[in-house]
Design a protein around this ligand. Structure first.
Ligand SMILES: [Cu+2]
Length: 282
């Protein structure tokens, strides 16, 4: 379906300063809300959000479930922002290719919003000390949230890969998923590390959510190229051999943080349950 116009995900660059403050402030609010009690190590609701991802690390990466699960995860994130922190603004996505080659200069990494992106030195990052999330701790590893850019990775985040995954390596859903996951998506994780480079606990760095909204944008753009892709899916729901097929009935879980959903509920972003689109799908 097409026609959901109440929730339009907008490129970071088009948000006003006030809209950015609201978004960043609502994430910060999650880091200060009490946990629900699904994980004893959590000190905040945000810690539990990270934990939900890390607990399922082996089941949601490196297979076709990757895209639907992360779309579901973004939905959970949005519901928490709204229900727990009163958020009511537009959710941004980051057109990363616009900044590729010069990420630290993006105002995402400014003192007002997500804090600085230093260069990695000898492969190591630095604890995040400025911005809205200065001093944030990854409670699963009990380490500071840290960043250190590796240019050889971030320089490879390209429009070329977007196009390849949309076209020649995007004939089927499994091909598209494999291409998106292993190209710009993985490069970004490895290139912003060390927190973002840890596959299990990467959401501990809130920039994760701008990044995964970009991943979701790529999938939505691919779906819109052929409306049957709003309703059908294929590939693998687990890593068994032979695998369980990924279908509309495959369950998506956040381990009690939010209600479980099915792939069919989130497959069409402009459906009955989720109802959002993007400002630009070209
Ligand atoms: Cu992930």
């Amino acid at each position: 379906m097409a026609g959901c116009r109440n929730d339009i995900r907008r490129r970071w660059g088009t948000l006003s300063a006030g809209e950015r403050d609201n978004f960043v402030g609502a994430i910060r609010c999650l880091t200060q809300r009490p946990p629900r009690g699904i994980w004893g190590g959590a000190r905040s609701l945000y810690d539990e959000l990270v934990w939900v991802h890390s607990q399922q690390n082996g089941e949601i990466h490196g297979l076709d479930l990757f895209l639907p699960w992360h779309r579901y995860y973004l939905h959970v994130f949005k519901r928490l922002l709204i229900e727990q922190c009163g958020f009511n603004g537009p959710i941004p996505w980051w057109k990363e290719t616009n900044n590729a080659g010069n990420f630290p200069a993006s105002d995402i990494f400014s003192d007002r919003w997500f804090g600085a992106l230093p260069q990695a030195s000898n492969g190591a990052g630095q604890c995040l000390t400025n911005g809205a999330f200065g001093g944030l701790v990854d409670r699963i590893n009990n380490r500071c949230v840290a960043r250190g850019e590796i240019k050889s990775e971030t320089n490879e985040i390209t429009l070329g890969w977007e196009d390849i995954c949309h076209g020649q390596q995007g004939n089927t859903f499994p091909q598209h998923r494999n291409c998106v996951e292993l190209s710009n998506h993985s490069r970004m994780h490895r290139g912003l590390g060390p927190t973002m480079a840890n596959a299990a606990t990467s959401p501990a760095d809130p920039v994760f959510f701008l990044h995964h909204q970009y991943v979701d944008w790529q999938w939505k753009r691919w779906q819109n190229a052929q409306p049957s892709r709003w309703q059908t899916i294929s590939g693998c729901a687990n890593k068994a051999n032979p695998c369980a097929p990924l279908t509309r009935d495959t369950r998506l879980s956040s381990l009690g943080l939010y209600r479980d959903m099915t792939v069919g509920e989130i497959l069409d972003t402009e459906g009955d349950v989720t109802c959002y689109t993007y400002d630009n799908l070209i």
